[in-house]
Design a protein around this ligand. Structure first.
Ligand code: LR7
Ligand code: MN
Length: 576
């Protein structure tokens, strides 16, 4: 064809004209390239024009390509979308509405292509030839949603279709958990008619995400189930490394690395294999992340190899369908949200499986700061789920959770069939799980001392007092009149010399005494408590813990055995 073109050209143009022509073309190309570069590099794109207000009431959460000024460059390569600061009041209103409904910036999401590109986050190790077994099992992808934003839900679906080998997707099942947003009704049906691989299943009443997932599983035809939240984006090559692990051993439950999609700019932040964390939990039965323990690192030659994880975050994982059923799927008595991730994690480990995080597989997730949808009035759903979990799976360790909820279990329904399941499967004990899978977890019963930590100076009425929440980390530890009610004054002294509450440790690095995530390597977190002299000496600085005369501030002072403001008393002390 090129040859024929050339012949035609020769007939049309003289030699000279042709030369000028091609030179012009080159200049145009260079100019075009420059324009493209400038566009790409501009950090803040101009704010888009306001969407026409003539469309239906649903328009504020529907991104119809006709009414929306889609800009092909917004958010490509996972880049952040930063709106110009001079946005009009109308746009501002739309942005606020989007936040209100979804707890993320829906307006920004609506600007981004449903097929946007992402950076390739994979370690080179993942791309080596023959890395994965040749014949991978196909999977049913199950995405449950309750009132999800249109553009976010569709980008989730398209990221699966666009970045998975076709033959590995048996189907994509969208489970609508009784949403009432207009765009999730017929419009979704019509849109998905273009993609026969997508099936829509509707719950007949609000089930909560746990039973919604079970409903999805009921319709699944693939040998593997892959669950995703409804606000995800799968990165290049996300699926094969997950299925590979299940192909090798169907009792392996696998999670991708969960990358953060920023709730405000929708920037895709990926972490490299060296930054991968594994899942744990605390005695409030809250899921948390921690670094890969050394003992686990030693098992691997390459940092991109799958790592054992004591627990999973919950939303994003693949599991062999038969194995899931053997494990009794989820406890369908769990309502709305929460706890199901620990239930599945505990029983996977205790009943013969393993749980891994696969660093070659990356999926982004929009992390929100609040839950945008309705829960249930009058019941503490999360506590009820957690009590069911503790009753069935945690044996004598359930008491540590119960202490956290004032030993008031409330009405948690009937768990006898779940206990029978555990018996039938001959699962191991929770103690085995803690010893073998999660030895890093601090067991409150192992504390050498616990309770309030009272200062004996200035009248002896002041106690160490700090909420050990995540957002309190790195902040100075407080003081408060002793109140004898536990809570923020309940501390534990570990055998290793940490003063801690759950994963927060007293830490001194020369400035303030702060709370810091416990690292287990002593150093700035080592405290030597002497129940006879009542002193608390810091391991590395050798200074002693004290309070200021105003009783407002914690101090570190040169040790002086006679200074009463350096004397402390742990409420319960175990001399043994
Ligand atoms: O009633 C409901 N019905 C639903 O269908 C409530 C929720 N849902 C859907 C919802 O639309 C979403 O797709 O269920 C999914 C999860 O709900 P989110 O996104 O509100 O949950 P989350 O991301 O805040 O919370 C994490 O923990 C949950 C409960 O234990 C689920 O397991 C989520 O899937 C889980 N999310 C992740 O694992 C992503 C990484 C988060 C971390 C750490
Ligand atoms: Mn989520």
């Amino acid at each position: 064809i090129a040859k024929e073109d050339g012949a035609e050209m020769r007939m049309l143009f003289s030699r000279r004209l042709r030369a000028v022509w091609s030179r012009l073309g080159l200049v145009a190309l260079v100019l075009w390239g420059l324009v493209a570069l400038v566009l790409l590099w501009q950090p803040a794109l101009p704010s888009p024009p306001v969407r026409s207000s003539s469309s239906s009431a649903a328009s504020s959460y529907i991104s119809k390509s006709t009414s929306l000024p889609r800009h092909d460059l917004y958010g490509e390569e996972g880049k952040p979308v930063v709106l110009a600061s001079n946005i009009s009041a109308d746009v501002k209103k739309l942005i606020d509405e989007g936040w209100e409904k979804n707890a993320f910036n829906q307006y920004v999401s609506d600007l981004i292509s449903l097929h946007r590109t992402l950076p390739d986050p994979r370690d080179p190790w993942c791309k080596e030839p023959d890395r994965f077994v040749r014949k991978l099992p196909p999977t049913s992808v199950i995405i449950c949603f309750h009132n999800e934003a249109w553009s976010v839900l569709l980008r989730t679906v398209h990221s699966v279709i666009d970045r998975s080998p076709k033959e590995l997707i048996r189907e994509i099942i969208l489970v609508d958990d009784f949403s009432n947003m207009a765009h999730l009704k017929r419009q979704l049906e019509e849109y998905m008619a273009m993609y026969p691989v997508v099936k829509i299943v509707r719950a007949q009443r609000r089930e909560g995400l746990i039973r919604a997932r079970l409903l999805g599983a009921k319709h699944a035809k693939g040998p593997v189930l892959t669950y995703l939240d409804s606000h995800c984006e799968c990165a290049e090559g996300w699926l094969e490394p997950l299925l590979d692990r299940i192909a090798r051993d169907p009792t392996t439950v696998v999670c991708p690395v969960i990358d953060v999609i920023d709730d405000s700019t929708l920037e895709y932040h990926w972490r490299d294999a060296g930054g991968v964390n594994v899942g744990g939990f605390d005695w409030n039965l809250q899921f948390n992340w921690h670094v890969i323990p050394e003992r686990e690192k030693k098992r691997h030659k390459n940092q991109a190899e799958p790592v054992y994880s004591p627990t999973m975050a919950g939303g994003l994982f693949s599991i062999d369908k038969n194995f899931f059923e053997r494990l009794g799927t989820y406890d369908s008595g769990f309502d709305i949200w929460g706890g199901e991730n620990l239930e599945l994690s505990f029983k996977t480990w205790m009943c013969g499986g393993t749980l891994e995080i696969v660093p070659c597989s990356h999926v982004g997730h929009i992390f929100r700061k609040r839950s945008p949808y309705k829960w249930k009035s009058g019941v503490n759903v999360l506590k009820r789920n957690s009590v069911r979990l503790a009753e069935v799976w945690m044996d004598e360790y359930s008491k540590y959770y119960y202490q956290r909820v004032g030993n008031d279990l409330g009405d948690y329904g009937d768990v006898s069939s779940r206990k029978e399941l555990r018996k039938r499967l001959k699962c191991r004990s929770f103690r085995w799980y803690l010893d073998t899978v999660f030895p890093e977890l601090f067991i409150p019963g192992d504390a050498v001392a616990s309770g309030e930590v009272r200062n004996l100076g200035y009248g002896g009425k002041t106690c160490l007092d700090s909420p050990a929440r995540k957002n309190n980390m790195h902040k100075p530890v407080g003081l408060y009149p002793c109140h004898k009610m536990g809570g923020n004054q309940y501390w534990m002294l570990s055998k290793e010399g940490e003063i801690r509450r759950d994963e927060a440790c007293l830490d001194y690095a020369g400035q303030d005494v702060i709370l810091y995530p416990c690292h287990g390597s002593k150093g700035n977190q080592l405290w030597i408590y002497n129940h006879e002299t009542n002193t608390i000496q810091h391991g590395s600085s050798k200074k002693c813990l004290a309070i200021s005369e105003s009783k407002q501030r914690l101090l570190m002072a040169e040790c002086n055995l006679r200074a009463l403001e350096q004397h402390w008393r742990f409420e319960n002390f175990n001399a043994s």
